[in-house]
Design a protein around this ligand. Structure first.
Ligand SMILES: [Zn+2]
Length: 358
């Protein structure tokens, strides 16, 4: 399995062509082990689906083989004690290699459910061409593990995403007589300062200390001697399970009125719902049993701040049943990315343990 991971790291899968080449390599590796699979393609992005077992419940193992760009030396794997360095050694060729190895090792005669392997090629650019498309084609299940590097902690919930844009309107005037105008940039500043006092900012949930608000973009002003008439601010808001995007939108729009500002708002995309899998979900329970058996440690549950391909699978399950769970590593997207070899081995054993549930 570690040999497989090293071979995967050598493939520069930071582009569509590279990720497709890595996928073809995975297909060849599975074929050599007599695994049946399908390679599908959407918008030029390839993906692989393989199925074992039968029954009326399905567990999906999802792994992305694409990586973010790296320095050329990061595509040469290097082992130092328990650490395997290389681009994707954590995020997430380690998860993919472990899932492939576990899939090959499953004894189908002992399997009382369906296990489906999904290898995809565009997670790092949003997952819309592969994981999202697979779900739309009906490839979804009762429980989905996206093998992102979580250090064998169970990322059972994640925040939702709300993009919210406002254009404040002022009144232009000569820059030497600003009192005759209304400065739209100053309106935006007032709004931004007051936003932190809104009720939704002060809520907490079981796995999250607070929602997050990132003022991501500002467009305003084009010369010194004019009081700016327009100022557009764009917010990236990550809300917690239990919070409602509609309610937050109401608070955000209400604040424009409360401050008596002239502003037009626009929610720029459909909000991405939060993932809300509860800890008594039967697959979370069986996964924790498997972690205990393999590692002899108590499992740790946590909430993930960012979004992954989990969101597409959870969308057809009421926001539940898709989690991030994978081996330990560090510095993914950084220059010293590595995966912990012992953890990758344990991850593979945990996948097998849960799938066979013995
Ligand atoms: Zn990833």
């Amino acid at each position: 399995m570690i040999h497989l991971l090293k071979e995967l790291i050598k493939i520069e899968s930071d582009s569509r062509e590279g990720a497709n080449a890595a996928l073809v390599f995975c297909a060849g590796w599975l074929e050599a082990r007599d695994i049946e699979f399908q390679v599908l393609e959407n918008n030029g992005y390839k993906m692989l689906v393989a199925t074992k077992g039968h029954g009326n419940e399905t567990i999906i193992w999802n792994g992305h083989i694409d990586v973010v760009p790296g320095h050329s030396e990061q595509f040469v794997p290097m082992i130092e004690k328990d650490k395997l360095y290389g681009r994707g050694a954590a995020d997430m060729k380690a998860g993919v290699a472990a899932m492939m190895q576990a899939f090959v090792e499953i004894d189908e005669t002992r399997l009382e459910r369906i296990v489906q392997l999904h290898i995809v090629t565009d997670e790092e650019i949003g997952g819309r061409n592969t994981s999202k498309w697979l779900v739309e084609q009906g490839y979804h299940g009762d429980f989905v593990i996206c093998g992102e590097p979580t250090g064998l902690k169970v990322g059972l919930q994640s925040k939702g995403i709300l993009h919210f844009d406002i254009t404040f309107k002022g009144k232009p005037a000569h820059g030497s007589r600003p009192w005759e105008g209304i400065n739209a940039i100053e309106s935006a500043m007032k709004y931004h300062m007051a936003l932190s006092e809104l009720p939704f900012r002060k809520e907490t949930s079981e796995y999250f200390g607070q929602p997050s608000v990132n003022l991501a973009m500002i467009q305003a002003g084009d010369r010194y001697n004019v009081v700016p008439e327009l100022c557009t601010v764009k917010y990236d808001i990550r809300f917690m399970p239990g919070q409602s995007a509609e309610e937050i939108t109401d608070q955000l729009t209400g604040l424009i009125k409360t401050l008596e500002l002239d502003g037009e708002y626009e929610a720029s995309d459909t909000p991405t719902p939060a993932l809300t899998t509860p800890e008594d979900n039967p697959y979370i329970v069986s996964l924790q049993d498997a972690i205990r058996k393999v590692t002899a440690d108590d499992p740790i549950l946590f909430g993930q701040h960012g979004a992954a391909d989990t969101r597409y699978y959870a969308a057809v399950n009421g926001g539940q049943g898709a989690i991030e769970f994978g081996p330990a590593g560090d510095d993914w997207h950084g220059n010293a990315e590595f995966g912990k070899i012992s953890s990758i081995e344990q991850f593979k054993d945990i996948l097998l343990q849960q799938a066979l549930n013995e």
